[in-house]
Ligand binder design. Structure first.
Ligand code: F6R
Length: 614
């Protein structure tokens, strides 16, 4: 995690760095810092947010300079204090570095450097690297670029780094392995970022550095990109960015999370664009068309992912087994990568990731690829590592998701997974034609149906007020709603810090029912069709023990209304569409509870948007 920014050119660097860091705060917000150079170097850093960093710049002279680097940190080595914050400076004070990632062998390098007389102030691995670079410059008598190259040959781990040498202030050097790094190419100026958002308003020309690549930007000589392993110069691919700056602004909303919840009709329209033209057209997904035979002959499909994306995977298991009749397994990427799983040729592994950078998912992909699996990636961030590491795949096109809690990305993932399952099921003949057409029609109308669900926002806000003092929540669902119960519970706990558990409703009697009393709110997803009557029985069991029931029901349901303390209605629909709709009130409920409790909804404590450490 952590966010990196940098600038070299002829504009004042301060605003570019500060505003860039604010856009990257979703990647970590334990501490932040910047270095600016104008005749001499100014380094300021602090525990806390970028806003706290801004407060340190009281003297406008300190803001001057056309070159600088910055960092917003999600702590790994050492607590989030000023000393451990980036940028880190070498012992001579000349080399400054920002780093996102982890060096696994930093301790052994640190011992060697200590023997040579180097002094360390922080507990970070990054301070070891900056001093290693300095040591190489001195001992090998090389310039910064070569020194970074030699240093990276010694370190084991993951990194995106940007480095500056105040003896040569017309140059910035950077590299990546495992953590993202983008270069914005302007007119005789260059921007650097963990993603493109810090420079989106200045340039649309972007180079996403690949693993094992490093760059040297020199104001006189321009940009050089090198392959580290082969030590050869490469011609980087300059991509034209399609994102808009409005996408990464809050607009009229109080929080990104709320904005992103309300964007869902548009996001799903974007997900379906060109793929679902109308219910009377065949679904068109080019990557599925191309690899149709691979799917047709698959022995099984294994979904791998983390967190909310894992909940999408779980729902995909229900969709794919129902509509394709191919065995499906769902794995936490972090478990899968370390447990020597049996993978054979003929297995399709589908990683799902919003960021496309999650370290565990990325490592699991590499391992599955080595074992011969076919990798089909589902990512939101275009050009991300997971998108590049897989054989083929599909983008969700949900747009930038800034709120740390995933909302629209999840809705787009599950809508796309249903579309994929329908497309393949129709080709394989494993789905009844009438049902196929009916669901397709409902999917075509999905953005409009979601707009209707969003109209319940006020009702949900007033429900939220009743539960601000609750210490625990249970979320229950059966069948397609079970993954939604898990997702609802995760959303509540991560942003409101209320303990919440999701369960398959029928599992209650095997333990969790012991928790039910008048202080336990239970959110039950109980739409018509599927296991409706069984869920009604589960609700009665909770009612009999005094639990408070908040039920998400189909429009017009009277049976559950009588049993519940509060109900939230969603439109009647096919049971495969219902989980997509039922999730939205749960997002809003979490949002309002967390917001009313005064929690930082967009940047919950201890979390970061892109988890690039294992
Ligand atoms: C929860 C959330 C996380 C992510 C998880 C995986 O709201 O956002 O649980 O889903 O860290 O991230 P991606 O999807 O980027 O691989």
């Amino acid at each position: 995690m952590c966010g990196i920014v940098g600038y070299i050119g002829n504009k004042p660097a301060y605003d570019i760095l500060i505003n860039g860091l604010k856009k990257l705060e979703y990647r970590g917000y334990d501490s932040s810092g910047i270095m600016i150079y104008k005749e001499k170097k100014i380094v300021k850093k602090t525990k806390g947010k970028v806003a706290d960093l801004e407060n340190l710049f009281t003297n406008s002279n300190e803001k001057k300079g056309n070159i600088g680097i910055g960092h917003t940190r999600w702590a790994t080595h050492g607590p989030p204090n000023k000393t451990n914050s980036h940028p880190h400076t070498s012992n001579s004070g000349e080399i400054t570095l920002v780093h996102n990632g982890i060096f696994e062998n930093y301790d052994s390098i640190k011992k060697v450097l200590i023997k040579k007389g180097y002094i360390f102030h922080s507990e970070t691995d990054s301070e070891v690297l900056v001093n290693l670079i300095e040591d190489i410059i001195k001992t090998k008598k090389v310039k910064l670029g070569k020194a970074v190259y030699y240093a990276l040959k010694q370190v084991v781990g993951a990194y995106a780094i940007v480095v500056f040498d105040s003896k040569n202030p017309k140059e910035i050097v950077g590299a990546r392995l495992g953590s993202p790094l983008a270069i914005g190419v302007g007119d005789a100026e260059y921007y650097f970022g963990s993603d493109a958002t810090p420079f989106l308003e200045f340039t649309k020309s972007c180079i996403y550095l690949n693993d094992n690549e490093m760059f040297i930007v020199n104001l006189e000589k321009g940009l050089t990109v090198r392959e580290i392993e082969k030590d050869s110069i490469i011609d980087p691919f300059v991509q034209e960015l399609k994102q808009n700056i409005e996408e990464v602004e809050k607009g009229r909303y109080e929080h990104f999370m709320l904005k992103e919840i309300f964007e869902q009709p548009q996001s799903i329209t974007d997900t379906f664009r060109g793929r679902l033209i109308s219910a009377s057209h065949p679904i068109s997904i080019s990557s599925l068309k191309k690899y149709y035979e691979v799917f047709k002959n698959a022995n099984r499909i294994i979904f791998i992912s983390c967190g909310t994306s894992w909940h999408s995977s779980l729902l995909a298991e229900y969709y794919f087994e129902e509509l394709l009749r191919i065995p499906v397994e769902v794995e936490y990427a972090s478990e899968f990568r370390y447990r020597n799983p049996v993978i054979n040729k003929g297995d399709i592994v589908i990683p799902i990731s919003q960021s496309g950078e999650t370290a565990d998912t990325l490592a699991a992909i590499k391992m599955a690829k080595e074992k011969g699996a076919f990798l089909y990636g589902i990512c939101n961030v275009v050009g991300s590592s997971i998108a590049r590491e897989t054989h083929t795949g599909i983008y969700t096109h949900a747009g930038s998701e800034i709120g740390v809690a995933s909302t629209k990305a999840f809705s787009c993932q599950i809508s796309l997974l249903l579309l994929m399952a329908l497309s393949l099921g129709n080709k394989f003949g494993t789905i009844n034609q009438k049902r196929y057409l009916r669901i397709l029609k409902e999917l075509e109308n999905l953005p409009k149906t979601i707009e209707k669900v969003l109209k319940s926002n006020d009702i949900i806000e007033s429900i939220s007020e009743k539960y601000l003092d609750s210490q625990n929540f249970l979320y229950l669902g059966r069948g397609y709603h079970f993954p939604i119960a898990l997702e609802g519970a995760l959303k509540l706990k991560e942003i409101s810090y209320i303990h919440a558990e999701g369960y398959p409703a029928a599992e209650m009697k095997h333990g969790p029912i012991a928790l039910i009393d008048k202080n336990m709110p239970v959110v039950v997803i109980a739409t018509k069709k599927g296991n409706y009557h069984k869920v009604v029985s589960n609700i009665m069991e909770i009612k009999a023990r005094g639990g408070k029931i908040i039920a998400v029901v189909s429009e017009g349901d009277q049976e559950i209304e009588k049993l519940s303390d509060q109900i939230i209605e969603i439109p009647n629909c096919d049971e495969l569409i219902a989980p997509i709709l039922a999730n939205i009130p749960l997002q809003l409920l979490s949002y309002h509870i967390a917001n009313k409790k005064g929690c930082n909804v967009d940047q919950p404590r201890n979390l970061a948007k892109s988890v690039t450490v294992e």
